[in-house]
Design a protein around this ligand. Structure first.
Ligand code: GLU
Length: 446
């Protein structure tokens, strides 16, 4: 049977079992295309039906979150935790608070997390959670009450050896502090059941920076493979959050020109590169819940309403905002401009059409599960620090992060090399699949 037929048969089963979950189908199809023949060629994987098992999370926990807003009105939201796979370690993955959060989104993110976490080389299973709560326009007190109410429901299901959530979109160090306090009150124990904590209560150095910094370390490894480096390269970045601003900061430090950052309404553009002070301004505006449409007068950056970062002439594109943010027209624009590398800071930021166009256009494409794994990798280091109760310095964590990103690059490159081309997406999927499949196959039919 051809690979195409195998994938279609498999996807028919997935789509029947999980109807209407389009983002989930998209994520599973991408992996299945790359690994289905690996499964078929390995009798242990075939007998264990690894792919069919991985197309179903271990469990999806859903709950109601009730809280009171500042006006004293009762509010009702929906929360979930997808405990996707604990084959190689406790469930691990972030919590996202956003109106778009749904079981489909969390299942796709949990599925991706299983592979991403396996690539780090650390003993981390995969999970994801969150709520359809929109913090935009909410007061600090309202967000705190929501975090406490959310954790009140989630706490019975997590723990340092069971499931260790962290942050994701709209869940940063501040929210993790509130969530951790509620967890601790429930468990009557001070344990590292969440990562991304503040440094004064068990957080790791560099955790906040890790996803963005790790993305740049990954791109540096891709460039080193070609005997090149970041100095003088023109880089477009989308997003204005934690990943985007820390990637921008590290890229500027390495001598690149960061031409853009963006939000949902437009793009901040500086033809000669956004400077460090403007990146810090963007971060502060985001943290304060304010827009970036009026940059300070003394910066060369201007805000272009309605524009996308991918309209700029750049060598490297780093989508760091959210899923499916870069579609086929934008992918065509990148190919036409001669962009060489697309590396994903966000999870699944390219539509399926965009991925095909980028690949056919000869660009190198680093998938999020490899390129943005730095965040969860430092979360893994935070778990170790919590367990042995000794804390590493920022320099030590940064050195570990660099090593981990280099190792992930090497694994993805080794599995994805064919002649002098590297298919990073395929390489990452195969490397991660082997790790998880070995564990699943070894455990029997359970
Ligand atoms: N939300 C991040 C991710 O997408 C980090 C997860 C974690 O640290 O557990 O990988």
């Amino acid at each position: 049977m051809s690979r195409h037929t195998l994938v279609n048969e498999f996807m028919n089963r997935v789509e029947t079992h999980s109807p209407n979950q389009t983002e989930f189908h998209q994520a599973v199809r991408h992996v299945a295309q790359d690994v289905i023949t690996i499964e078929k060629a390995h009798s242990g994987y075939t007998a264990a039906k690894v792919l069919d098992r991985l197309a179903e999370p271990d469990r999806v926990i859903g709950f109601r979150v009730v809280w009171q807003d500042d006006a004293g009105e009762t509010q009702v939201n929906r929360g979930w935790r997808v405990q996707y796979s604990d084959a190689i370690g406790p469930y691990k993955g972030g919590l996202r608070f956003h109106p778009t959060v749904s079981p489909s989104i969390l299942k796709f993110l949990g599925f991706e997390q299983v592979f991403k976490n396996a690539l780090t080389g650390l003993p981390l299973g995969g999970g994801k959670g969150g709520a359809d709560f929109d913090p935009t326009g909410r007061s600090d007190a309202e967000i705190m009450r929501f975090c406490h109410a959310f954790m009140c429901q989630l706490a019975p299901f997590i723990g340092p050896d069971r499931d260790v959530p962290a942050g994701d979109i709209n869940v940063g160090t501040r929210e993790i502090g509130w969530l951790f306090a509620a967890y601790k009150a429930h468990a009557l124990e001070f344990t590292g059941a969440l990562t991304g904590k503040g440094a004064s209560f068990g957080g790791s150095q560099i955790r906040t920076e890790a996803t963005g910094y790790g993305l740049i370390y990954f791109v540096q490894a891709m460039l080193a493979e070609q005997g090149a480096d970041l100095a003088g390269k023109r880089v477009a970045i989308s997003g204005k959050g934690n990943v985007a601003t820390h990637a921008a900061e590290k890229a500027v430090e390495a001598g690149a020109h960061v031409i853009t950052l963006s939000d949902t309404s437009g793009t901040l553009v500086a033809e000669d590169g956004i400077d460090a002070a403007t990146i810090a301004w963007v971060r502060a505006r985001k943290q304060a819940g304010e827009d970036i449409s009026h940059p300070p007068e003394d910066t060369k950056a201007r805000y272009v309403a309605g524009a996308m970062p991918w309209e700029q002439d750049v060598d490297i594109a780093l989508p760091c905002a959210t899923q499916n943010e870069l579609d086929k027209d934008m992918a065509k624009a990148l190919v036409d401009q001669g962009t060489q590398i697309v590396a994903e800071g966000a999870n699944m930021p390219l539509t399926s059409d965009a991925i095909d166009i980028i690949a056919n256009g000869g660009l190198l494409h680093a998938p999020g599960k490899a390129a943005n794994a730095g965040g969860v990798a430092v979360s893994g280091l935070e778990m170790s620090q919590n367990s042995h109760r000794r804390y590493a310095t920022a320099e030590e964590v940064d050195a570990d992060l660099k090593q981990i990103m280099k190792r992930i690059h090497a694994r993805a490159a080794d599995e994805g090399r064919s002649g002098n081309r590297i298919d990073y997406s395929k390489g990452a999927n195969i490397a991660a699949f082997r790790t998880v499949a070995d564990a699943i196959a070894a455990m029997g039919a359970i």
